[in-house]
Design a protein around this ligand. Structure first.
Ligand code: NDP
Length: 283
C-alpha cells in the first residue's frame, strides 16, 4: 500500500507557483485573493487560515474579510460587486457554509466568472460541463493532480464517488469522466452502498460521515480518496474512511490530514495565478 501524500505533492505545486508569482511581481503584478466568510462569531475558520498561510508561502496577497452572522444577502452581494470592480483583486472566494438566510448560489452567481477561483459561478460550472476552459473546482482538480502524480491510471477504470454536492461530488464526477473513467455517483439515498463501493477501482468518498467506509466495503488493491473532514469528540481530524483497516487492503489511499486537503489549497493558488494570467492575456 502506498500513501498518496497530498502534503508533499502540494509543496511541489507551491514551489512552482512561487516562481510564477515572483515573475509576475517583477512585472509589477501582485496577485491578490480576497476571501469572504459569514460566520456566527466573525472569526476566521481553520479553512480560511490554511488558505491565508498557503498564499503567504507563495507570495499571493490574501485579504480575509469576515462578515458577521447578521449580514444580509444584499450586503454580501454589494461587497462581492465592489470586489468585482477592483482591478487589484484577481480572485474572490466565498467560504461555505454561510448562514441559512443567505442564498449561496445567488452569491456564487455574483462573483465575476473571471475572478471565480473556486469555479462555482454557474457560467464556470456550465463551461466545465461543456468541456470548455474554465476554473476547475479546487478539490476535484486536486484529486486528479494527485492521481496523475502517482501515475495512477484513470482511463477505463470504474470510479465510484460517494457524495453528490456541487462543491465536491459533481465536479469530481466530471473530471473523472473527462479522464475516461466509468463513473458511478452514490448518495444518502443509495441502496446497498457497499455493492457499489466494492466494485470501485477508484473510490472517492466525500460525505462528512466519519468512518463510513470500512474494510469490507472496498475492493482489494483499489485506490481510495478520502475527502471527508470530521472532528472526533477528542478533537482529532479524521476522514470518512476507516484508514487503519482500509489501508491494509488497498493499493493507494489518501490520509486525513495530509491528503486531499492540502491539494485543494494548492489548486486554489494555481487558480489565482490562472485568473491573473487570463486578465493579462484575455482570450
Ligand atoms: P455535503 O454535505 O454538501 O454533501 C455530502 C454528500 O454526501 C451528499 O451528497 C450526501 O447525500 C452524501 N452522504 C451523506 N451521508 C451519506 C451516507 N451515509 N451514505 C452515502 N452518501 C452520504 O458535503 P460536501 O460535498 O461539501 O463535503 C463533503 C465532505 O468533504 C465534508 O466532510 C467536507 O468537510 C469535506 N470537504 C473536504 C475538502 C477538502 O479539501 N479535503 C473540500 C470540501 C469539502 P445526499 O445528497 O443524498 O444528502
Amino acid at each position: 500500500m502506498e500513501i498518496l501524500n497530498g502534503k508533499e505533492v502540494s509543496q511541489n505545486v507551491k514551489l512552482a507557483i512561487k516562481s510564477q508569482v515572483d515573475k509576475l511581481k517583477e512585472k509589477g503584478i501582485f496577485p491578490k485573493l480576497v476571501t469572504i466568510s459569514v460566520q456566527r462569531d466573525g472569526a476566521f475558520s481553520i479553512y480560511i487560515k490554511n488558505k491565508k498561510k498557503a498564499c503567504d508561502e507563495v507570495g499571493i496577497i490574501c485579504e480575509n474579510i469576515s462578515l458577521g452572522f447578521q449580514t444580509s444577502q444584499e450586503e454580501l452581494i454589494e461587497l462581492i460587486e465592489k470586489l468585482n470592480r477592483k482591478d487589484d483583486v484577481h480572485g474572490i472566494l466565498l467560504q461555505s457554509p454561510v448562514p441559512e438566510h443567505i442564498d449561496i448560489n445567488k452569491a456564487f452567481s455574483t462573483i465575476s466568472p473571471s475572478k471565480d477561483v473556486d469555479g462555482f459561478n454557474p457560467v464556470n460550472i456550465g463551461k466545465l460541463m461543456l468541456g470548455q476552459e474554465t476554473f476547475i473546482p479546487c478539490t476535484a482538480k486536486g484529486i486528479i493532480r494527485l492521481l496523475e502524480y502517482y501515475n495512477i491510471e484513470i482511463e477505463g477504470k470504474h470510479a465510484v464517488i460517494i457524495g453528490r454536492s456541487n462543491i465536491v461530488g459533481k465536479p469530481v464526477m466530471k473530471c473523472l469522466l473527462d479522464k475516461n473513467a466509468t463513473v458511478t455517483i452514490c448518495h444518502s439515498k443509495t441502496k446497498d452502498l457497499s455493492k457499489y463501493t466494492k466494485s470501485a477501482d477508484i473510490l472517492v468518498v466525500a460525505t462528512g460521515q466519519e468512518g463510513l467506509i470500512k474494510e469490507d466495503m472496498v475492493k482489494k488493491d483499489s485506490v481510495v480518496i478520502d475527502v471527508g473532514i470530521n472532528f472526533t469528540q477528542e478533537g482529532k481530524l479524521v476522514g470518512d474512511v476507516d484508514f487503519e483497516n482500509v489501508s491494509r487492503k488497498v493499493s493507494y489511499i489518501t490520509p486525513v490530514p495530509g491528503g486531499v486537503g492540502p491539494m485543494t489549497v494548492a489548486m486554489l493558488l494555481e487558480n489565482v495565478i490562472i485568473a491573473v494570467k487570463n486578465l493579462e492575456d484575455p482570450k
